[in-house]
Write a protein that binds this ligand. Structure first.
Ligand SMILES: CC(C)(COP(=O)(O)OP(=O)(O)OC[C@H]1O[C@@H](n2cnc3c(N)ncnc32)[C@H](O)[C@@H]1OP(=O)(O)O)[C@@H](O)C(=O)NCCC(=O)NCCS
Length: 171
């Protein structure tokens, strides 16, 4: 059964760093804008709550065959964290499928960071036996639809919790 662990990923401007508990304090500031939750619900975490959350994420999924892969996005030129990308990878009899998501802090938006990071993530998934990449996106979320399109996902007819399932079939 396939299990994946996040590895460092480098793109033109970014380093995707496998998430560590030590990222929590800097990331809590990056993610402090309530506007980030417009389409996904919830509220920004305090540094302490984020640390607890990251401890759980880094420990990994308790479900056999499920891998939690999380990266902090670093803009290399500024040596700053700017957001995160994630993939929940589920093994099956054909390899694995990956559900992905992306978040970039308000200060860093509209610079192509989410698109570049997500492209790096999907490129990394392609180097593993992942046959399907999925994202769930609110129908009004234009920015995420643009990101999904840019990295090769297309919308399906399927909905889940008020969001449209987007999909990329690799093989
Ligand atoms: C969605 C999000 C990740 C975009 O981050 P970003 O780094 O600003 O995205 P990019 O700069 O790569 O831009 C991606 C596309 O969205 C467009 N875009 C970005 N912000 C936008 C906005 N507020 N309104 C409309 N379009 C927007 C860009 O123009 C670009 O489109 P283009 O390639 O056609 O020019 C960021 O707004 C975010 O984290 N939002 C909250 C969390 C969230 O909803 N995540 C999605 C979970 S799946």
């Amino acid at each position: 059964m396939i299990t994946l662990s996040p590895e460092g990923i480098r793109t033109d401007r970014l380093a995707l760093l496998p998430l560590q508990v030590e990222h929590a304090d800097e990331m809590a500031a990056v993610l402090s804008d309530p506007g980030l939750h417009t389409f996904t619900g919830g509220m920004p975490d305090t540094p302490q709550a984020l640390r607890v959350r990251y401890e759980r994420l880094v420990a990994g999924s308790p479900r056999p065959g499920e891998s939690w892969c999380n990266w902090a996005i670093q803009l290399r030129s500024a040596a700053c964290l700017t957001g995160y990308v994630q993939a929940t990878v589920t093994a099956d009899d054909r390899g694995a499928s990956a559900e992905i998501a992306w978040v970039v802090g308000a200060l860093w938006q509209r610079r192509g960071i989410a698109t570049e990071a997500t492209r790096g993530l999907v490129g990394w998934l392609r180097t593993h036996p992942v046959h399907t990449v999925v994202a769930h996106i609110h129908p009004d979320h234009k920015a995420s639809a643009a990101i999904a399109t840019a990295v090769g996902l297309t919308p399906t007819e399927q909905w889940h919790d008020g969001e449209i399932r987007w999909q990329l079939t690799i093989s």
